[in-house]
Design a protein around this ligand. Sequence first.
Ligand SMILES: [Zn+2]
Length: 239
Amino acid sequence: MAKPAFRCIECNEEASELHRDYSNGILKITICDSCKKPVDKYIEYDPVIILIDAILCKIQAFRHILFNTEINIHWKLCVFCLLCEAYWRWSKLQGSEQTSDPADIIRYTREWDFYGMFGLAALELAVFVCGVLVCLGLVQKLRGRTLDTRLLLKALLLSSYGKVLLIPAVIWEHDYSPLCLSLIKIFVLTSNTQAVRVILNCGRCLSLLAVMTGLSLETCVTLTFHKLQWHTQDFLQFQ
Ligand SMILES: [Zn+2]
């Protein structure tokens, strides 16, 4: 079985171990041969500190999570984030359809709308991820390098954790909700950009280009869906 390759969180150099366990019970953090700093200082830190640093988009925290831990919750997190997004869209849809007619209460039971919103959110995420992967795949091919698609996919899904903030945005809905939603979107995209930077060890320009490509394609899907929705509503009104 291949030995796990760790990475120095400061300079991205590969390391064979994060700490050395001496026989008398003393653990010593490994020092990086390249930058002479601890390979991964976060192994001593409390998870809350690591989470705060990840929220602050610190590249060291991203390297620790993606290279030096075995966190394997990206698919579960992805489904949870999609549920949060679907719930937000569904609640917005229900809110826009409110009328004074008591018979319209039945609309609140239209759970199919929720599944539709979930499907749309999943489609948008798939298009966004594919856009980023294709963009980076082409760039890496031009550079004569290979792209670790599996790791990049994991990084993109994990770094989209900010979508769970949609739930408090729905619960404490107020006049500033559109601003909150824009800030959540910017936070998720910033986090995605940092994740791409960490996986490819590239500059901000390339990671930003990849994320913007994904976002453009995602926006196209959203706009196409809304156009189809309007056309369907117009068609039904004329019936
Ligand atoms: Zn180093």
